[in-house]
Ligand binder design. Sequence first.
Ligand SMILES: [Zn+2]
Length: 420
Amino acid sequence: MITCSKERMEDLIVTFSKFGDAGHGGITRYSLSPEAHQARDEFVKRMKAIGATIETDDLANVYATIPGSDSNAKRIVMASHVDSVKNGGNYDGVLGVLVGMEAMQTIVENKIPHTHPITTMIWTNEEGSLYPPAMMSSGVVANDYLPEAIAKKFKLENMLASKSVLDKTKTFGEALDASPYKGDKSNRLNPDKYKAMFELHIEQGPILEDAGNEIGVVTCVLGMFNYRIRFYGQADHAGTTPMHKRQDALFAAAKALVFLHEEIDKLGRPELVYTTGEIVCHPCVHTVIPDMIDFSIDVRHEDPAVRQQVLDIIKSLDGKTIEKCKCEVELAWQRDTVYFNKELVGFVKESADELGISNQYINSGAGHDAQFASYMMPTTMIFVPSKDGHSHCEPEFTTVEQCTAGASVLMHAILKTDKK
Ligand SMILES: [Zn+2]
């Protein structure tokens, strides 16, 4: 079987690591920044060199397409992002674009026959690190197909007004207007012109590495919910209020958090993940007993029945009084598990098996552009290992061999999709 080139893969990784190089092993490459434009320029230069046609849409998403034998056939697209978080690594996002480039070059070089045009695409502003929210342009492009509660969070006019987190004034829309890559809305990814979308991404967790597998055949993006849990107490002086008279909202919240961990762990679901990552304390003064604590709890699991069990535990706190403080529980937001297209998932599995590359089924705990695209057209994802499970940081690492194996699996999955 034809496989992708390790030498070219390495050259791609090294070259793109220079755009936004932060000087200590990683990059800071905000969307629509000069660095992000350098990455797009390099992408365009290399894709033109293999005979690809370049298009851009109104969100500066970039598409490089090589023709198939049937110019009227729908395109098959490999898509990811080249923007990063602050002090991110050299693999999150960009690898999905680089493997697309490498797969297309291998197809062109080996003159592998295919019917459908094949496209590699760069999504704009997946991380949302400078202009929130994350997955912005896939949220806009797939908006008509998304569940209403998600769609309303990605209305184009609101996205264009999103302000830079750095200078608090410049908007995403202004950055877009200034970008040479802003193009025509008619070029947007859409199910009339595109048959299927693939996104290869680093796993961002330790599961593949721990299992010794090189490829994750992704089946779904986990369903999740996010609740806010609040406790109301009484603010009083830290030096004059006896302990037994206090209504300390932070102490109550701490007890509730321990209760949640103990009860949720009793469910005995090692694949269940839950996180309290945000806490608001009022008045947050070291001499004052807190009178209000508001904390988040983010819960992710594939099975809605398991999520419901966790929800029952969380809701058992609602209206309860702990340490003389009343508890209130409120839904922030939720989404169902997004299952990828079964046929495409099968093509990924078959390709890895036929290439003799160790693989396993896996789900995605993180959100990706592919999850929005999957509401619009057949879509799936491929994971490659992340060393020590690290991502969104400079130690992020995947070996060249693993990246190349990912490119080969992706290419063969594309070719299988082409034949179908
Ligand atoms: Zn990413």
